[in-house]
Design a protein around this ligand. Structure first.
Ligand code: ADP
Length: 795
C-alpha cells in the first residue's frame, strides 16, 4: 500500500485506468462466458434427449421382442453424430445393446459392461437424468414402451465442440483485454498532460518558493477544474504571503527606526537619571551631614543641659545634709523639686527630639512584668498617698512571669500613664491591670491604667496623643505639664509594634489601654528589681499551720532581706504580737484556713489590741473568700492574697503596703576605709558634687580634669575605681580608657555621660569601661555603683 501511495500520480492514473478497464472487461467476459456455457449445455442436453427419444422410438420393437440386433441396428444409425461417443441400452437392468463410436473409442469413459456407480444409477432412474464431466455429457433415460418401463438408455456425448467454441471465445476475450489495456495506457498517457502535469508544475513551484523564499513566483495553470482551483488558491496564498512579507519588511524598518529613536531617548533619560542620581547623592550627603549635625547637636544639648542639672539637683541634695533651719529646708526642697520637674521636662524634650530625629532605639531584654509594675507603683506611691488615692495593681494569673522587651521604655510608658492618672485624679483609686491577650498568633500583653479622675472630653480624645496638646490649654489651667507625655507614649508604643487607646467619661475617670507584643521567656524568674530591701529592720510574722506554705514564704522573705518569723496557730500569734506591742513587727501574714483560732477571728482579736493599730495585716485565703474581701467589712485587713500564692503578686503587695517607707530610707553602704577613687571630669560642678557625696564616706577622692592628667596620675597611684567623664578637652574619656586598659590596669571604670543613645553605652563598653552613670545622677545612684563594684565585686 505504501508503495502505491508513494508512487507518482502519473503511474497511479495509468494503473487505475488499466485496472478499471481490465476488471470491467473481465467481469463482462466472465458473464458472457457463463451464459454461453449454460446455453450450450442446455442445447446439448436437449439434443441428446432428442437422440434418446429417437432411438427409443425406433428400437421399441426390438426391445419388446427382445431382439438385440434390432436395437443394435437402430443404434448403428447414430454414426452420423460425430461427437456421440457411446450409446447403451439396458433391458431389465442388464446390458442389452450398445453402440461405440469407432473414432472415439479411446475416449469412452465408464464402460457399461462393468458394474459402476454410473450404470447403477442409469438402470434405476425412472425419468431422464444427465450429468456433465470435464469431457462429456452423460444422459440416462428410462425406456417406456406403451407406458411400461422395460429398460434404460444411456448416451455419452463428447464435449469437444463445446470446448472448441469456448477456447475461441476466451481467445477473443484475451485479445480484447490486451487491446483495452493498451488503449488505457494510451489514454492515460494522453491524460497526463491534463491532470498530473499541472500538479507536477505546482510541486516544482512550491519547491522553488520554499528553497528561494521568493514569494513573487507563481504556479502555471489555465484549467478551471479542481487542480486549476488548487493552483489559483496556491497563487493567491503566495500573493498574500508576498504582501505580508512586504508589510513585515515595512514594519521591521519602522521598528528599527522606532528602536533607534527610543534608544536615543533612553540615552537621554539615562543621562538625566544619572544627573538626578548625582544630585540626589549630593542631597543625600547634605541630608546625612545635616542628620549627623542634628545628632551631634542632640548629643551636645543633652550633655550641656544635663550636666548643669548636677549643680542644681546634686548640690541641693548635699545641702540637705548640712545644718539648715526650717526656712532654708523649705527653700532647698523647693529648689530640688523644681530641678526634678525641670529634669523631667528636659528628658521629655530630649526623648521627643530623639523620636523626631528617628534616633530612638528600642532594646530587648528579659524582665519581670510584676517587678516592673512594682517599681512603677513604688515610684508613684508617695504622690498617690499625698492625694489619698488608692494605687493598686491587678495581675492576671495567666500573665507570663518573664517577657522579652524594652523594660526601660515600658517603664517610661507606665510611669507616664500612671503619673497622669495620679495627676488628674483627686479622689478614688488608680488601678494598673496587666493581662495576656492572644491575638493572631502573637503574644500581646495588655496594660490598663484606670483612674477615677477628671476624665477627658470626647472631642479631645483623639488629639491628646498629639505633641504639645493638652486637655486644658487655657492660661488658667489647673494641671501642669508639657503636653508631650502621651505623644511620646504613642511613639514608643508604635516603635514597639503595639497600640494605645483611651476611653474616658468626663467627671468619672479614664482608662488608657496599651497592647504590646511581648514574647514570654521560659526561664527562672530573676528576683524583681524592687526596693523591698529598704524595709529595713522590719519583722514579718507568718501565721499558718501549713508547713509547706510557711517554708516557701519564709524563703521569699529571706531573699528580700526581711526577717520572717512563723508561728503555727492563732493563739501563739496573739502571744507574740502582744509581747512585741507593735515595736518591731510591721506585718502579720495570716492564713485564713488555720485550724483552731481561724484567720478572721485572729484579725478581730488583733484589732482589739490598741498598740497593734499600726500593724499591717495581710490575709492569705482561698478563692472562696473573694466575695468577702470585696464586701464592706468591719474587719481591718490591709491586703488579701489568694491561694495558690503567686510570688509576683506577693512582692507587689509588699511594695504597696510599705509604699510610705520607700522614700524615707537612705542607702547606707558600708564602705571600706581609706580607699582612693579617681574622678576624671572637667566640669567643676560635677567635681564638687562627687566630692560632696564622697565626703560623707571614707573614700578619698582624687580629681583629674582630663584624660591626660588621669594617665599621669596612674603612673604613681592605684585607685580602686575610676569615674570617667566621656566628653573632655585634651584627651576624652573613651581614648583615656583605651590607654588605661592597654597599660594593663584592671580597676573598674565607670563612665559619667550625659549622652542618651544606646550606641553611646555600647561605645563606652567598646572602649573598656565597665559601667555607666547617666548625668545628672543622684547621690544614691553613685553610692549604689560604688557598692556594686567595690563590695559586690565585678559582675
Ligand atoms: P501633660 O500631662 O504633660 O499635659 P500628656 O501628653 O501626658 O501631657 O497629656 C496630654 C493631655 O491629656 C493632658 O494635658 C490631659 O488633659 C489629658 N490627660 C492625659 N491623661 C489623663 C488622665 N488620666 N485623665 C484626664 N486627662 C488626661
Amino acid at each position: 500500500m505504501g508503495i502505491i501511495a508513494d508512487a507518482p500520480i502519473r503511474r497511479k492514473i495509468t494503473g487505475l485506468m488499466v485496472l478499471v478497464s481490465t476488471l470491467s472487461i473481465m467481469i463482462l467476459g466472465g458473464a458472457i462466458f457463463f451464459f454461453e456455457i449454460r446455453n450450450q449445455h442446455r442445447s446439448l442436453v436437449d439434443k441428446v434427449a432428442t437422440l434418446a427419444d429417437i432411438v427409443i422410438e425406433n428400437s421399441s420393437e426390438g426391445m419388446v421382442l427382445a431382439q438385440s440386433y434390432l436395437v443394435t441396428n437402430v443404434l448403428s444409425s447414430l454414426t452420423r453424430e460425430r461427437n456421440l461417443r457411446a450409446a447403451f441400452v439396458f433391458r431389465d437392468g442388464k446390458p442389452f445393446a450398445k453402440y461405440l463410436n469407432p473414432q472415439k473409442s479411446t475416449s469412452i469413459e465408464g464402460i457399461p459392461y462393468f458394474p459402476c456407480p454410473l450404470l447403477d444409477r442409469a438402470t434405476k432412474t425412472v425419468k431422464p437424468e444427465y450429468y456433465f464431466s470435464a469431457q462429456h455429457l452423460g444422459f440416462v433415460s428410462p425406456y417406456y414402451v406403451n407406458g411400461k418401463l422395460i429398460g434404460h438408455i444411456y448416451l455419452q456425448y463428447g464435449l469437444d465442440d463445446l470446448q472448441q467454441s469456448l477456447i475461441q471465445l476466451a481467445t477473443v476475450f484475451v485479445l480484447i483485454i490486451l487491446f483495452v489495456v493498451g488503449l488505457s495506457i494510451f489514454v492515460a498517457a494522453r491524460l497526463q498532460g491534463v491532470i498530473s502535469s499541472p500538479i507536477q508544475r505546482l510541486v516544482e513551484t512550491m519547491e522553488s518558493v520554499s528553497s528561494q523564499q521568493d514569494f513573487s513566483l507563481r504556479a502555471e495553470g489555465e484549467h478551471r477544474d479542481e487542480i486549476g482551483s488548487l493552483i489559483a488558491g496556491f497563487n493567491r496564498m503566495l500573493g498574500q504571503l508576498q504582501s505580508r512579507d512586504q508589510e513585515l519588511e515595512r514594519h521591521r524598518h519602522d521598528l528599527e527606526l522606532l528602536v533607534e529613536e527610543r534608544t536615543h531617548e533612553l540615552n537621554r533619560v539615562n543621562r538625566d537619571l544619572q544627573t538626578s542620581i548625582h544630585d540626589l547623592e549630593l542631597a543625600k550627603n547634605v541630608a546625612e551631614q545635616a542628620n549627623r549635625a542634628k545628632s551631634q547637636f542632640l548629643a551636645n544639648m543633652s550633655h550641656e543641659i544635663r550636666t548643669p542639672m548636677i549643680g542644681v539637683l546634686g548640690m541641693t541634695e548635699l545641702l540637705f545634709d548640712t545644718q539648715l533651719n526650717e526656712k532654708q529646708q523649705h527653700l532647698a526642697r523647693t529648689v530640688f523639686k523644681s530641678g526634678e520637674a525641670l529634669l523631667e521636662i528636659i528628658n521629655e524634650l530630649l526623648d521627643f527630639s530623639k523620636i523626631e530625629a528617628g534616633k530612638l532605639e528600642i532594646s530587648c531584654e528579659d524582665f519581670s512584668l510584676s517587678g516592673l509594675v512594682a517599681e512603677v507603683l513604688g515610684l508613684l506611691a508617695e504622690a498617690a498617698q499625698n492625694k489619698h488615692l488608692d494605687l493598686t495593681s491587678q495581675l492576671d494569673p495567666h500573665l507570663p512571669t518573664i517577657v522579652a522587651g524594652d523594660s526601660g521604655r515600658i517603664r517610661q510608658i507606665l510611669l507616664n500613664l500612671v503619673g497622669n492618672a495620679v495627676k488628674f485624679s483627686e479622689h478614688g483609686e488608680v488601678v494598673v491591670r496587666l493581662s495576656p491577650v492572644w491575638a493572631s498568633g502573637s503574644h500581646l500583653i495588655r496594660f490598663e491604667v484606670e483612674d477615677s479622675g477628671i476624665g477627658i472630653p470626647t472631642e479631645s480624645l483623639d488629639s491628646i496623643f498629639d505633641s504639645f496638646t493638652q486637655g486644658d490649654d487655657s492660661a488658667t489651667r489647673h494641671y501642669g505639664g508639657t503636653g508631650l507625655g502621651l505623644a511620646i507614649v504613642k511613639q514608643l508604643v508604635r516603635l514597639m509594634g503595639g497600640d494605645v487607646t483611651v476611653t474616658s467619661r468626663v467627671g468619672e475617670g479614664s482608662c488608657f489601654r496599651v497592647d504590646l507584643p511581648l514574647a514570654p521567656v521560659e526561664q527562672h524568674a530573676p528576683r524583681p528589681q524592687c526596693h523591698l530591701d529598704r524595709i529595713v529592720g522590719g519583722r514579718v510574722l507568718l501565721i499558718t499551720d501549713d508547713d509547706d506554705l510557711s517554708l516557701k514564704i519564709s524563703n521569699r522573705l529571706f531573699e528580700f532581706g526581711l526577717r520572717g518569723e512563723s508561728v503555727n496557730s492563732g493563739s501563739r500569734a496573739l502571744q507574740v504580737l502582744q509581747s512585741d506591742a507593735g515595736q518591731t513587727i510591721q506585718l502579720a501574714l495570716i492564713d485564713a484556713d488555720m485550724s483552731g483560732l481561724g484567720g478572721l477571728r485572729l484579725v478581730e482579736k488583733i484589732s482589739e489590741i490598741g498598740p497593734l493599730a499600726e500593724l499591717k495585716l495581710m490575709m492569705l485565703a482561698g478563692q472562696e473568700y473573694a466575695a468577702l474581701s470585696t464586701a464592706e467589712s468591719s474587719v481591718r485587713i490591709d491586703r488579701w492574697l489568694y491561694k495558690p500564692l503567686q510570688f509576683e503578686n506577693f512582692d507587689l503587695v509588699l511594695i504597696e503596703l510599705f509604699a510610705d517607707h520607700l522614700t524615707d530610707v537612705e542607702m547606707n553602704p558600708a564602705v571600706p576605709e581609706d580607699k582612693t577613687l579617681l574622678l576624671v571630669e572637667d566640669d567643676r560642678v560635677t567635681q564638687d558634687f562627687v566630692r560632696g557625696i564622697l565626703a560623707q564616706t571614707d573614700y578619698r577622692l582624687q580629681i583629674a580634669s582630663n584624660g591626660k592628667e588621669a594617665l599621669a596620675f596612674l603612673q604613681s597611684h592605684s585607685p580602686e575605681l575610676i569615674f570617667m567623664d566621656c566628653q573632655m578637652p585634651v584627651l576624652d574619656g573613651f581614648e583615656a580608657t583605651r590607654h588605661i586598659r592597654q597599660a594593663g590596669y584592671e580597676m573598674p571604670i565607670v563612665a559619667l555621660t550625659a549622652r542618651v543613645f544606646a550606641a553611646d553605652a555600647q561605645r563606652c563598653e567598646d572602649a573598656g569601661m565597665d559601667d555607666f552613670l547617666r548625668k545628672p545622677f543622684r547621690q544614691q545612684e553613685l553610692l549604689a555603683v560604688l557598692e556594686k563594684w567595690l563590695q559586690g565585686g565585678r559582675s
